[in-house]
Structures are given as structure tokens and as C-alpha cells.
Design a protein around this ligand. Structure first.
Ligand code: NDP
Ligand code: 8X3
Length: 251
């Protein structure tokens, strides 16, 4: 019986790369996302690896949709070995006095509440089997702050805090919990943050070699395949030319 991994936000970036990395290694995959066409494309791509794929089209911000969709999965898919809470985004870059509260809602609702809703639906399935592994995708922006990062940084600081707390709560159930905190990685992240402005998004990654989605997928695969008694608690991963959220060397 193949192991099962569920990856939220698998229609792009880290989520898609993580799904592919685990499919290459024989895991059955549950992928989720809002964009149905993209989900269908990734589903087809994964089927090429001769594994089972379940594509779930929901918005992590919608608590009832999350609960109904996950509780409605066929029983054989409920034996989730690994959950990757990856769906998330930054929207906007304004100073706090000029920020758009709609952008703030999107970030808090997705990065914090969405992660909680999915965890609340999946963790009991792991507790019932007394095993499991949860990865939360935080950010180095959750460990330090930068100008204009305000609400995004706060949402990722919440992920940092929740990860530590979940590890304690799930300790007696043999469930590993790891935070992955990346620095700058070239995905659709900046395109979303700058609301479709390709030039501005592209300029974020100029003059140095950014991380790729595959880099993050490889690190997660490494953690997940360590012996069961080892739990990597927290990993900050930056490009070599990025020291932290402030210092970044560009040629
Ligand atoms: P992408 O924009 O490339 O991918 C984001 C994914 O999240 C998409 O699949 C998107 O799918 C999904 N998503 C967003 N909102 C929702 C929602 N409400 N419900 C369901 N799915 C949603 O960005 P990344 O791959 O870079 O980002 C993945 C995670 O990594 C995020 O949590 C981000 O904050 C974090 N991160 C990114 C870094 C970077 O530099 N790229 C660095 C540090 C952390 P869809 O739109 O189809 O719903
Ligand atoms: C994204 C990383 O440094 O661009 O979470 O904020 S950073």
C-alpha cells in the first residue's frame, strides 16, 4: 500500500513541486487548490508517475468547504501519512497606514485560518492512527520583519507559533511537526503579491540565484524520509545570497 501525502495549494509553486517529488517516489497524492483548470493539469501530470491522485477543489478560507470535502473523502484516502500546509500568499507591500484591509483579510484568512481549518480536519485522522507528519510552510518573514511586510510577516509569525504549539499537542500521538521557513524562491508568489505586475515581480529575483520550488520540495522529501524517531523541528532556507529578510546581496 502506497503512502499518502496531502498538499494544499498544489496548483503552482512549492505545492506542485512537492506533489511531483513525492509522486516520483511512489506516494499517492491528494492535491488541493482553487483554480480547477490548474488542478486538472497537475492531476494529469502526476498520473504519469503511475500513482493514485485525488484532486480536491476548495478554498482553504472556507471552513465548511474544508470540513465537508475532507470528511467526504473515500475512506482509503483518509489514511494520510503526510500533510503539507502550503497554501498561502502575500498580497500588497504598502506601509501599515496605507494598507488595504481586504489584502490583510486574504493573508490572515489563508495563511493562518486556512492552515488551521485544514489541520483541524486532518489531524484527527492521524491521531486515530497514532502516526503522521505535518509540514507547515512558514517563511523567514515569520522570523524577522521588513518594510511593507507587516501583515504577511505577522501571518507567518503565527505559523511559526502554531507549529511549535501543534508539536506539543500532538506529541503523544507520534506525529511529527516541522516548519519549513524559506527565503526568496521564484514561484508565482511575487506575481500574486504585486497583483499581476510581471515587471515588478520579476525584479524581486534579479541579480542573484533565488531558490526554486524544487529546492523546497527536495528538502521536504529529505525530512519526510528520515527515520520515524527523528523530527526536524524548524528549517530556515535561503538562497546563498540572502542572509535574512533584510540582507540580500545582488550583483
Ligand atoms: P504560488 O503563488 O506559486 O503558489 C501558491 C499556492 O497556494 C497556489 O497553488 C494557490 O492555488 C494556493 N492558494 C492560495 N490561496 C489559496 C486558498 N485560499 N485556498 C487554496 N489554495 C490557495 O506561491 P509559493 O509556492 O511560493 O507559496 C507557497 C507557500 O510558500 C505560501 O504559504 C507562501 O507564503 C510560502 N512562501 C513562499 C516563499 C517564496 O519566496 N516563494 C518564501 C517563503 C514562504 P490556487 O490559486 O489555485 O488556489
Ligand atoms: C516570502 C519570503 O523574504 O520574500 O515568504 O518575504 S520573503
Amino acid at each position: 500500500m502506497n503512502k499518502i501525502i496531502m498538499v494544499t495549494g498544489a496548483t503552482a509553486g512549492f505545492g506542485r513541486a512537492i506533489a511531483i517529488r513525492f509522486a516520483q517516489n511512489g506516494y499517492n497524492i491528494i492535491i488541493t487548490g482553487r483554480r480547477k483548470e490548474r488542478l486538472d493539469e497537475v492531476e494529469k501530470e502526476l498520473a504519469g508517475f503511475k500513482v493514485e491522485v485525488l484532486a480536491l477543489n476548495f478554498d482553504v478560507r472556507n471552513r465548511y468547504e474544508v470540513e465537508d470535502t475532507i470528511s467526504g473523502m473515500p475512506d482509503e484516502w483518509k489514511k494520510i501519512d503526510i500533510l503539507v500546509n502550503n497554501a498561502g500568499l502575500a498580497v500588497g507591500f504598502e506601509h501599515i497606514d496605507k494598507g488595504n484591509p481586504d489584502d490583510w483579510d486574504r493573508m490572515v484568512d489563508t495563511n493562518v485560518k486556512g492552515l488551521l481549518y485544514v489541520t483541524r480536519a486532518v489531524a484527527p485522522l492521524m491521531v486515530a492512527r497514532d502516526k503522521g507528519y505535518i509540514f507547515n510552510i512558514g517563511s523567514i518573514a515569520g522570523k524577522g520583519v521588513y518594510e511593507g511586510g507587516n501583515v504577511y510577516c505577522a501571518s507567518k509569525a503565527a505559523v511559526d507559533s502554531l507549529t511549535k504549539s501543534m508539536r506539543i499537542d500532538l506529541l503523544k500521538h507520534n506525529i511529527r511537526v516541522t516548519q519549513i521557513a524559506p527565503g526568496m524562491a521564484e514561484t508565482e508568489f511575487s506575481l500574486v503579491r504585486f497583483k499581476g505586475d510581471k515587471e515588478r515581480a520579476g525584479s524581486v529575483y534579479k541579480g542573484f540565484k533565488a531558490l526554486s520550488a524544487e529546492d523546497i520540495a527536495n528538502v521536504i522529501y529529505f525530512c519526510a524520509t528520515l527515520p520515524d524517531h527523528i523530527c526536524i523541528n524548524d528549517l530556515s532556507i535561503t538562497p546563498t545570497q540572502q542572509a535574512d529578510v533584510i540582507f540580500n546581496y545582488r550583483k
